[in-house]
Design a protein around this ligand. Structure first.
Ligand code: FAD
Length: 414
């Protein structure tokens, strides 16, 4: 049995804690914000096992000018942040060639193909099945031409083993009758599901792990010092030595990884949500997560109402919320579902993203006692369970079922 520190209580960190404890290790979880205090709080809640098409893809070169200029674009850049963003942006564009995008999509599909296996055992043992809503996600196109333009990505998904069903306008309406008849085509993704409440799911998982003996330190890790004997974890409250450390701190993992010998170009893809809690009398407006491709968001029925989540803003961690993107979410959602009332609880979260769209899963350069699991961009809920399982494999020095070489931190070192 080893004494392991897990840093970060999001989907990745709490899953890592689960799989490490299942191996018999003693786990201490560090997070000043508590369970689901980061990006894991406010996501769209989809288990998107179909999401192997990274944002970096060849259509970027065609679509970027339109995305940057259109008033209804789900992508915004704060131009004052451009100098800091530049290294990530250049890496992103370099990763958008056909060859590199195909590499990323294939590597992501390999992870996604095993993602369900990262949750089955965890959900059953921790008794979390009450949060699982087994309704396939529906992705919609308001223009047939845009659907046709996306066909190659659909074909790539299918060739990588993802099962889809294409719907015409009448079939979309038959499936979700409250939607306005705006949508020419829809795609249903088989095997996908969603959570009724991502935050409550993680709070329940943490409570269950604490019941099994996990220690929780509500403190920020300020420094990591790996040595031959272990890793010293420093917080403002003091320091403690652990046999191994898993860095699962989302977008904040960059600083900690640098202390362990790895410079990684991790950026925040900022995303937003608003809630529509007052659906009394009109529920259920939708029965499943419904995405609008051109507007870059999902509407997901959750325990507290309908959550409308999405958009991408490149502006670092420090800027205030972008009211224009929150307004876009509201106006677009209301266009699709006019019965929605006023939006509440505007939320901003930071997707931890690397330029090639792949997470970092592996050991640090400085010490095999430091394991990385971060950079899950738009699919950290989906991949959290599996990433936790892979952390446990890495700590145990067990061969993984997957080739982890595409995910090593060293891919960014020249
Ligand atoms: C609008 C939006 C919609 C999304 N929709 C989906 C979706 O439908 N499906 C999906 O799969 N994914 C979705 N995502 C992505 C997903 O939410 C993230 O990929 C995922 O939450 C990342 O999880 P994480 O555990 O890596 O990081 P986080 O959830 O950010 O957790 C990291 C934790 O580390 C802690 N921490 C940071 N620094 C330190 C430190 N120094 N010491 C101690 N603790 C520290 C933080 O407090 C935080 O709690 C969405 C994201 C957004 C923003």
């Amino acid at each position: 049995m080893k004494n392991i520190a897990v840093i970060g209580a999001g989907f990745v960190g709490l899953s890592a804690a689960y799989w490490l404890m299942r191996d018999g290790h003693a786990v201490t979880l560090y997070d000043p914000a508590g369970a689901a205090g980061g990006a894991s709080f406010g996501n769209a809640g989809t288990f998107a096992n179909y999401a192997c098409i990274p944002v970096n893809n060849p259509t970027v070169f065609r679509d970027l000018p339109r995305y940057l200029l259109s008033a209804t674009s789900p992508l915004r850049v704060r131009w004052g942040y451009l100098p800091q963003l530049m290294p990530w942006l250049l890496g992103f564009l370099q990763s958008s060639t056909t060859a590199r995008y195909t590499h990323s999509a294939t590597a992501l599909a390999a992870l996604l193909g095993r993602a369900q296996g990262g949750y089955d055992d965890l959900i059953a043992n921790a008794g979390l099945d009450r949060f699982i809503c087994p309704r396939e996600c529906l992705y919609l196109y308001s223009s047939a031409a845009n659907f046709e333009a996306a066909r190659p990505t659909l074909a790539l998904r299918n060739s990588l083993g993802i099962q889809t069903r294409v719907l015409d306008k009448a079939e979309v309406t038959a499936l979700e009758p409250s939607l306005q008849p705006l949508f020419e085509r829809g795609v249903l993704f088989e095997g996908s599901w969603h959570l009724s409440d991502p935050s409550a799911f993680l709070h329940s998982l943490q409570a269950w792990l604490v019941g099994k003996g996990m220690r929780v330190q509500a403190a920020q890790v300020t420094r990591l010092q790996p040595s031959a004997d272990g890793v010293v974890v420093e917080t403002p409250d003091g320091s403690a030595q652990h046999d191994a450390v898993a860095i699962c701190a989302g977008v904040h993992s960059k600083t900690l990884a640098a202390q362990c010998g790895d410079v990684v170009p991790l950026e925040a893809e900022r995303g937003y949500h608003v809630m529509y809690p007052d659906t009394s009398g009109i529920t259920p407006l939708i029965s499943r997560p419904v995405g609008w491709a051109e507007r870059g968001f999902y509407m997901t029925p959750m325990a507290q109402g309908i959550r409308v989540a999405g958009t991408v803003e490149l502006a670092g961690l420090g800027s205030t919320k972008h009211q224009g993107l929150l307004d876009l979410l509201h106006f677009s959602a209301q266009r699709a579902l006019p019965a929605l009332g006023a939006p509440t609880a505007p939320w901003l979260g930071f997707r931890p993203s690397l330029p090639d769209g792949l997470p970092v899963l592996g050991r640090s350069r400085a010490s095999s006692r430091v394991v990385y699991a971060f950079g899950h961009q738009h699919i950290g809920l989906t991949l959290g369970g599996l990433s936790g399982m892979l952390v446990a494999d890495l700590v145990a020095q067990r061969p993984s079922a997957l080739d982890l070489s595409p995910f090593e931190a060293s891919r960014f070192q020249s």
